[in-house]
Design a protein around this ligand. Structure first.
Ligand SMILES: Nc1nc2c(c(=O)[nH]1)N=C([C@H](O)[C@H](O)COP(=O)(O)OP(=O)(O)OP(=O)(O)O)CN2
Ligand code: ZN
Length: 136
């Protein structure tokens, strides 16, 4: 797995990363997208960065398995364009990163220790990736 993490300064006690791979197909239905207009597949590499000061009753900031299931169970081996969240904005790397952030943060907001997602990295190809960081 890729081990390069862009640095995000913060003052929280804990910083957790969950990396995962998922295989999915997509297309960008715009003439300017050139060859990407055709359906093609990627093995996406994703890194979620979660921070917080408090642990839950299990001693977790957040369970690694839960983070994976929120993203992987939804998108692995699917055609991304068929998901309702990608009907208006196409599933570009940027939109994927923002969308994944939204799902993850919604889940974190419902936990007892309320950690925060500070950064989502989505790597679409060996040479192309996006970092999404929410504005404060
Ligand atoms: N800003 C963005 N540009 C492009 C996106 C995107 O999501 N955001 N997506 C694509 C295509 O989906 C394509 O699959 C990836 O493009 P690219 O990096 O050009 O892929 P290559 O493997 O051909 O890259 P090389 O470095 O030339 O091998 C296009 N643009
Ligand atoms: Zn693509």
């Amino acid at each position: 797995m890729n081990t390069y993490f862009p640095f995000t300064p913060h003052a929280f006690r804990y910083e957790l990363h969950k990396e995962m791979h998922l295989s999915a197909a997509h297309f960008i239905p715009a003439e300017s997208a050139g060859k990407c207009q055709r359906i093609h597949g990627h093995t996406y590499q994703i890194d979620l960065m979660i921070v917080g000061d408090e642990l839950d009753a299990n001693g977790f900031l957040i369970d690694f398995k839960l983070l994976k299931s929120i993203v992987h169970d939804r998108y692995d081996h699917t055609l991304l364009n068929e998901h309702p969240e990608f009907r208006v904005l196409h599933p570009t790397t940027e939109v994927m990163a923002k969308t994944i952030y939204t799902f993850i943060q919604e889940y974190l907001d419902g936990t007892s220790n309320k950690p925060s997602c500070l950064q989502v990295i989505v790597r679409e190809t060996p040479t192309s990736y996006v970092v999404y960081r929410p504005k404060k």
